[in-house]
Design a protein around this ligand. Structure first.
Ligand SMILES: *Cc1c(COP(=O)(O)O)cnc(C)c1O
Length: 405
């Protein structure tokens, strides 16, 4: 802080301030919960369940799975999985063996598919946990068939066929080779054939149609096997893309994956962080590392206990007076100014009414009025990355059946 910056309020409010805080603060359950926590991630499991049910209704008679990889996109698989099971979800997709083991414990009856297929040494643990690997190479299919032969019965699995993403999946040539190999086919129990779309966030992209046709053609090699093509964005392209099963992840967690088709979901997440100080900064003074932002007028700066270690992207920093990221304080959207540092961000609250905030209040980093898409766009990334990078340092609260836990 510069010499001329005057520290205004540094101590937390006394309990006598509570009534006043109640007036201007967010609803009490969104508050940073305990005195020592710098911030809080609040996850509304009731809304998560409503999101899954809304998507399930939208795609019926196709079935709706849930993608819960990466710790349910950072929201906490241990709470997300039981919530979705109770909502009626019976098919889950994870990426890794560890995620599969956890999912099996929390969803004992569900079909659980592993998107990354067989990692070295994982076949036995998948078989033990009754996880269905999504196989995408002939080598992995042979490995799975050998294990099935040893265990005395073909083991269930999914097949990933590449339809144009060129990431994972059997090539058209290998898919034909597999379909023609009766011995290999009878050594595995294929429960699902799937592929993944590259451009489904943009409904007008011609690649959607190309991949749809490629998928329809290639899946004729595996008749009577249930099919799945669409994730959160693809399922908004309409029934032609639904096949037997859709695989949303992001939309379940309140994300809008399509640039133009709004999914019937609402935000699940609120992230708040404590305001540590509110300081006056004189014109010409700079704020933060590298002095990248300078006050052009007498300014008030709120210093908030959240930084890139908590998942606020450093690329949400602003310089030269060009704002990038925003936070909500006392109901007002205010710009982050200066560099995002490891533990702290600074926001320009000059235009807020006098008395609207004080040290000890909370700022909203994500929530109603500040979506994960907004936060991603402001930082040059996407909402998916905002979700999966939410820091572990904040307290976590879950809302379930209207109550906190
Ligand atoms: C992650 C993933 C999904 C889910 O994608 P969302 O955009 O989060 O709905 C579906 N299918 C595959 C193959 C994936 O890797």
């Amino acid at each position: 802080m510069s010499n001329s910056a005057r520290r205004m309020m540094t101590s937390p409010p006394l309990s006598g301030d509570e009534a006043q805080r109640e007036e201007r603060g967010p609803a009490s359950f969104l508050r940073v919960p305990d005195a020592a926590a710098t911030g809080c991630v609040t996850i509304n499991l009731d809304q998560l369940a409503r999101n899954w049910m809304g998507l399930a209704d939208l795609v019926a008679p196709a079935r709706c799975a849930a993608v819960i990889k990466a710790n349910a996109y950072g929201l906490g698989a241990d709470r997300v999985i039981p919530t979705l099971v109770r909502a009626g979800c019976t098919v889950f997709f994870i990426a890794t063996p560890q995620e599969g083991h956890q999912a099996r414990r929390l969803a004992p009856q569900a079909d659980i598919y592993a998107l990354d297929g067989l990692l070295p040494g994982s076949a036995e643990s998948f078989a033990r946990d009754a996880i269905l690997p999504v196989l995408s190479t002939l080598t992995d299919i042979e490995t799975w068939a050998r294990l099935g032969a040893r265990l005395g019965h073909p083991l269930p699995c999914g097949l990933h066929i590449d339809s144009g993403l060129n990431r994972l999946g059997l090539t058209a040539r290998d898919a034909r080779r597999l379909a023609a190999d009766g011995a290999l086919m009878s050594g595995i129990d294929v429960r699902l054939v799937m592929s993944h779309l590259a451009c489904a966030d943009n409904p007008t992209d011609p690649k959607n149609r190309d991949q749809l046709l490629a998928f329809e053609t290639l899946t004729t090699l595996f008749p009577r096997t249930p099919r799945s093509l669409a994730a959160s964005d693809g399922l908004m392209l309409g029934p032609a893309y639904h096949f037997d099963l859709v695989r949303p992840g992001y939309a379940l967690y309140g994300g809008q994956a399509s640039i133009s088709n709004a999914a019937p979901v609402a935000p699940v997440l609120t992230v708040t962080a404590r305001i540590l100080a509110v300081n006056d900064v004189a014109p010409g003074e700079s704020v933060g590392y590298a002095a990248s932002w300078r006050a052009s007028r007498p300014s008030r700066i709120a210093t908030i206990a959240a930084g890139y270690a908590d998942g606020v992207p450093r690329s949400a920093s602003s310089s030269d007076g060009v704002a990038c990221g925003h936070v909500l304080i006392a109901g007002h959207k205010v710009p982050i100014v200066g560099r995002v540092s490891m533990d702290l961000i600074t926001a320009d609250v000059t235009d807020l009414p006098a008395g609207a905030l004080a040290a000890g209040d909370d700022a909203i980093l994500l929530g109603a009025g500040l979506t994960i898409e907004d936060a991603g766009f402001a930082a040059g990334t996407i909402g998916y990355e905002i979700l999966t990078r939410l820091g572990a340092r904040f307290a976590r609260r879950y809302i379930e059946a209207g109550a906190e836990s």
